[in-house]
Design a protein around this ligand. Structure first.
Ligand code: DX5
Ligand code: ZN
Length: 217
């Protein structure tokens, strides 16, 4: 089952609840929550307080993408009744195995994200422990950037590895997804597609979500 995870990074925060209601009505599966600390990535977005303001306002699960240093220190802050995934960056974790076990101990699914230049090989000894692998298809830090084509090869590599090893992690792609390339991403093996500006940057967010869902389902 393929899923769409619109990223609220591109939403209008002055009416976030309303914006999220639109993607929910449009049929989105998850809310992608981009947390940036201004250290690991060159931008600051928002923290757990903003995300928690949506609890009770939406039935959609949260897909938390921590683009932060020292994620072990903050992961627990993002646990809510809606939280389904917490993903950390391979490049930000000195003790990745420990970070993944920590997220699992919090009772949610654990993911690892790879920056565009980070190879899939770096996950060789942790693949079995992962629920999700998030392939960054732009350099993390900003919405609205252009898709980096070479990153799609990592999706294909992961599909192969998953089959060879009999594993069941999900594959997510994040950055530069649009109505024009979404079909190609799904065909390469993407299970969860993140879309920020292509959904929240449009005037009719519900209609835009529905256009994605018509292709995805
Ligand atoms: C980038 C974030 C992405 C971003 C996607 O650092 O992780 O989730 O919001 O935005 P678009 O879809 O506009 O590239
Ligand atoms: Zn993201």
């Amino acid at each position: 089952m393929k899923k769409l995870a619109p990223s609220i990074l591109s939403a209008d925060f002055s009416c976030l609840g309303e914006q999220v209601a639109w993607i929910e009505r449009g049929g989105a599966d998850l809310i992608h929550v981009d947390v940036m600390d201004g250290h690991f990535v060159p931008n600051i977005s928002f923290g757990a307080t903003v995300m928690k303001s949506l609890v009770g306002k939406t039935a959609l699960p949260f897909d938390v993408h921590l683009m932060i240093e020292n994620p072990d220190k903050y992961a627990a802050d993002f646990i809510t009744p809606n939280t389904q995934y917490i993903t950390v960056h391979q490049e930000a974790c000195t003790h990745l195995h420990r970070s993944i076990q920590h997220i699992k101990s919090l009772g949610v699914k654990a993911g690892v994200s790879l920056n565009p230049a980070t190879p899939v090989d770096t996950l060789e000894y942790i693949l079995e422990d992962l629920d999700l692998i998030l392939i960054m298809s732009v350099n993390p830090g900003f919405g609205g950037q252009a898709f980096i084509p070479a990153t799609l090869r990592k999706v294909e590599e992961l599909v192969r590895l998953r089959q060879e090893r009999g594993l069941s992690f999900e594959i997510e792609i994040d950055g530069g997804a649009t109505l024009d390339n979404i079909e190609k991403l799904l065909n390469a093996g993407v299970d969860i597609a993140v879309a920020g500006s292509a959904v929240f940057g449009k005037s009719d967010i519900e209609a835009e979500t529905r256009k994605f869902m018509n292709i995805i389902k």
